[in-house]
Design a binder for this molecule. Structure first.
Ligand code: SF4
Ligand code: SF4
Length: 317
């Protein structure tokens, strides 16, 4: 393993320059969960490689695009590419938009030289909430950044989502990661900017370009030792005494679909006379968040308000 702040990354990059005659294709695996923009990232990489004169093959699999299902896309480019899928252990780059998804695909990275670029964003899936007792620990990965960096040739853990939020648009986290990748792939920076500007909606061009530049700058500074991997907070596991559950329901967004009512493990929701969801049995609600995760219209938010006993836990959640 090498220090993420080292300059070894440039030397390790296996990307052949156009016309340089690399016999093997370059393999980029992009992973994340539905709604994060995995497909957009892989399309941009594929388009750019095509414009540079490479043969490109791309394949993608997406689950529940809106509700947090796993999404991944293989992009392969080179002089000749026979198969659209990357064999295990042959990805030159793994770009992960979500922390646990990144870890799940680590075996696909090329041992010793594979470059891992991962957002530290944690999206805890509903099935991680198997133990419904109040305050039970979530079944989510617990590896730290150091654990993961130790397993890869080159590793970068970036708080891309936070950087996107700072830019005023939390949807451009994927472009921050694309910018980080752009510093590692040997295509001209101007070409990356052009492909992004051509692809995104015109009204978001400025923020997307800034996201791309910030991601690129982050890696360049990491090479000089000026940036450090972001940390990953452990998944929250407050105890029952630490918090009080509060449901925030936005009635005008509720479409009366009944999903949350049927899926609430504690049966504490119902539709009222206007067929808008309401919390019927607050004392039974464990704060498991299934209703928040499953509502297709984002009409429910679950808040865990800190109590005196749990000072400090709310921030972790
Ligand atoms: S899942 Fe959402 S839209 Fe459907 S009833 Fe519940 S709050 Fe309303
Ligand atoms: S109301 Fe929501 S947070 Fe509370 S127990 Fe039911 S699904 Fe979980």
């Amino acid at each position: 393993m090498s220090d993420p702040g080292s300059t070894e990354l440039a030397a390790a990059i296996p990307v052949p320059l156009p016309g340089a005659g690399g016999a093997e294709p370059v393999n980029v695996l992009v992973v994340g969960v539905g709604g994060q923009g995995v497909i957009m990232v892989s399309k941009l990489i594929a388009l750019l490689a095509q414009q540079q004169g490479y043969e490109v093959k791309q394949s993608e699999v997406h689950g529940m695009a809106k509700r947090g299902g796993a999404v991944f896309s293989h992009v392969r480019f080179g002089k000749l590419v026979w198969s659209p899928t990357i064999p295990k252990g042959e990805a030159d780059f793994l770009v992960a938009l979500e922390w646990a998804e990144g870890l799940r695909w680590l075996d696909y990275l090329r041992p010793g030289t594979g470059v891992f670029i991962c957002d530290t964003k944690q999206i805890v899936p509903p099935f991680s909430c198997r133990d419904r007792r109040p305050g039970a620990a979530l079944g989510y990965v617990r590896e730290t950044v150091s654990d993961v960096i130790a397993r890869v040739g080159e590793g970068y853990a970036i708080d891309a989502t936070h950087m996107a939020e700072q830019l005023g648009n939390d949807r451009v986290g994927n472009v921050v990661l694309l910018g980080a990748l752009s510093a590692a792939l040997n295509f001209p920076a101007a070409q990356w900017e052009k492909i992004v500007a051509d692809f995104v909606p015109k009204k978001t061009t400025a923020v997307n370009l800034e996201a791309l530049r910030q991601g690129r700058r982050w890696i360049e500074e990491a090479r000089k030792g000026l940036q450090h991997p972001a940390s990953v907070p452990p998944p929250p596991s407050p105890t029952v005494a630490d918090y009080r559950v509060r449901l925030e329901i936005t009635p005008q967004w509720c479409k009366s679909c009944d999903i949350c009512v049927k899926m609430c493990p504690e049966r504490c929701l119902r539709l009222n006379a206007e067929r808008i969801v309401e919390l019927a049995a607050p004392d039974k609600c464990t704060g498991c968040r299934l209703c928040e995760w499953l509502c297709p219209d984002f009409a429910i938010r679950v808040h865990l308000d800190r109590t005196m006993a749990g000072a400090g836990m709310e921030a972790a959640r």
